[in-house]
Design a protein around this ligand. Structure first.
Ligand SMILES: Nc1ncnc2c1ncn2[C@@H]1O[C@H](COP(=O)(O)OP(=O)(O)O)[C@@H](O)[C@H]1O
Ligand SMILES: [Mg+2]
Length: 268
């Protein structure tokens, strides 16, 4: 919906008159009226107030290239997160057991999107799709949407013949962060697929400490020496070992705060 529709939608969901909404946002009645007629749009400060009002009423405004969605925030986020973990971990195991992971492209965005799509298709409506919003973590802004496609084209052309080259590629893909969520988890599977194909090795993630990993990744856009030094000793040639894979998935999820289920317990 457009901005005017979004404001009216929120106002109606909250059961407010234009006058009442104006009062809550500390703007005039005429202003709200103009927004809803599409004759003007809220200034950033008013937009901020609107978002805060929404949040206090369990609504969230999602914005995507000038279009809006208003969604109800799930009250039981903990439940949602547990389900996300359970379902996508099961999918991760399927990727391994069916050999599908070896059929995907390695080292391309398409291959990564295949992994992401497979893991999260039942969870996110954007599974496997390039994001159209800008995102950041901590102080770091990932590639702006405007440069995302060119960045991915560039990354695909990066060499993947040595360990160092592969990690450099992984670091660039992390800087691109092509999805709204689930980058870390899908990208580590993507990285292992490259290492497996090119070097006959994978990372035993159960040997990589969470805090060390996250710190090294934070540093990686500036200096990749730490992540290289951290991952290299964790390489193993047990590439067909289901145990190594499952423990790796559990570690990878643990880095992102998902720590309820063990992959091993999720087989059908
Ligand atoms: N400050 C940062 N700078 C660069 N990369 C980061 C930073 N913080 C986290 N990351 C990377 O982002 C990943 C998490 O991305 P995210 O999309 O949330 O994936 P997931 O949903 O699987 O957790 C982490 O595993 C890490 O590799
Ligand atoms: Mg995340």
């Amino acid at each position: 919906m457009n901005c005017a529709q979004m404001i009216k939608d929120i106002r109606c969901r909250l059961g407010l008159s234009q006058m009442e909404l104006a009062g809550l946002l500390q703007v005039s009645f005429a202003t709200v009226n103009r927004w809803e007629n599409g004759r003007s749009k809220p200034a950033p400060a008013a937009m901020q107030k609107l978002r805060e009002l929404c949040r206090s009423c369990n609504l969230q405004i999602l914005e995507d290239q000038g279009l809006y969605h208003v969604i109800a925030i799930k009250e039981d986020t903990a439940y949602f997160e547990r389900e996300e973990e359970r379902i996508s971990k099961k999918k991760a195991l399927e990727l391994f057991d069916t050999g599908m992971i070896d059929a995907f492209e390695t080292g391309t965005f398409k291959g990564l999107a295949q992994i992401h799509g497979y893991l999260f298709s039942e969870i996110y409506d954007f599974a496997g799709k390039m994001r159209s919003v800008n995102i950041a973590k901590g102080n770091f802004r990932f590639a702006p949407v405007l440069y995302l496609k060119p960045a991915l084209d560039h990354i695909e052309k990066m060499p993947q013949d040595t360990f160092d080259h592969i990690i450099e590629k992984y670091v660039e893909m992390n800087v691109a962060h092509p999805f709204r969520e689930g980058n870390g988890r899908s990208m580590r599977i993507w990285l292992d697929a490259i290492l497996k194909k090119e070097l006959g090795q994978v990372i035993d993630w159960s040997k990589v400490d969470k805090e060390d990993y996250l710190l090294a990744m934070q540093r990686s856009p500036v200096k990749d020496i730490e992540i290289k030094a951290l991952l290299k000793p964790a390489l193993t040639d047990r590439i067909h070992d289901r145990e190594v894979y499952m423990k790796g998935i559990d570690a990878s999820y643990r880095y992102e705060g998902y720590n309820v289920y063990k992959t091993e317990e999720l087989k059908e």
